[in-house]
Design a protein around this ligand. Sequence first.
Ligand code: NDP
Length: 281
Amino acid sequence: MKTVTLRNGVTVPALGMGTWSIGDSASRRSSEIESLRKGLEAGLRVIDTAEMYGNGRSEDLVGEAITDVREDVYLVSKIVPSNASYDGVHKACRRSLKHLGTEWLDLYLLHWHGGTQLEETIRAFEDLKDDGLIRGWGVSNFDVDDMEEIESLSENCLVNQVLYNLEHRGTEFDLLDHDLKSGTVTMAYSPLGQGGELLEHPALKEVASRHETSLGPADPAQIALAWVLRRPNVLAIPKAASEKHVAGNLASLEISLTDADLKTLDGAFPSPKRKLSLAMI
Ligand code: NDP
């Protein structure tokens, strides 16, 4: 399986699992848990959640799904900027750990850049690390100028989690290369365009028609994912709430897009020719 290596030396699969909106519905709960278990069994170690998702409901469900396999999971959660003061970080982290039923997070991300001085948040992250409550930290929704600020304060930021899919290629202008050169892994969120119009696009259908996986003919979701995963230093975290979708996402790892495929996709979704402000959801 394709992997990425974080600057602390930890190597993880380049395909992980997102969990936004998971845990919100009692009727979907068991299939959501089964989907995460299926992904873990197949080697998708990275699970991304956040205190904000369903006010802790996503963390609760993830905790239930991983309770007997915690050591096998690379667990990521995120803190909202309104909790990012020194004391706020300590409280929020302990709350997240409680929801998740675990003693540590592998990675703790600042969800986006808010009003608190980054220096204060970093100090709190480093102290949590010293206390063994987290094993690393990073950021999310940070553009190049934010990353430069972080890098001027610390060499320990492991990950920048940003929106990246065929419909949102703005980061290709500078941010993805900046992160690659500085040794920060880019975690691509919403790689499937949230399962919306992207997956209906004729260009994706055309490229899909040229590929097969072990599951049969490729589909647009697999092409969208293979496209994100084609880049070095990028870890994609699609959210899938059914075993079928998890299996489909795993099979995207079998697809190598050709130059002709990339040309078709570039024609439908052009790469940026100038700096764009960082898109976020
Ligand atoms: P995604 O792009 O991952 O799309 C999820 C949608 O795609 C769901 O509707 C899902 O359906 C569907 N889907 C999944 N697999 C397949 C498949 N193989 N075929 C067809 N459809 C499929 O959107 P998200 O916004 O959820 O992004 C992924 C994760 O990124 C989030 O869950 C979250 O963890 C993180 N994130 C982080 C943000 C940040 O600010 N840092 C912002 C947004 C997301 P179904 O659920 O039925 O399987």
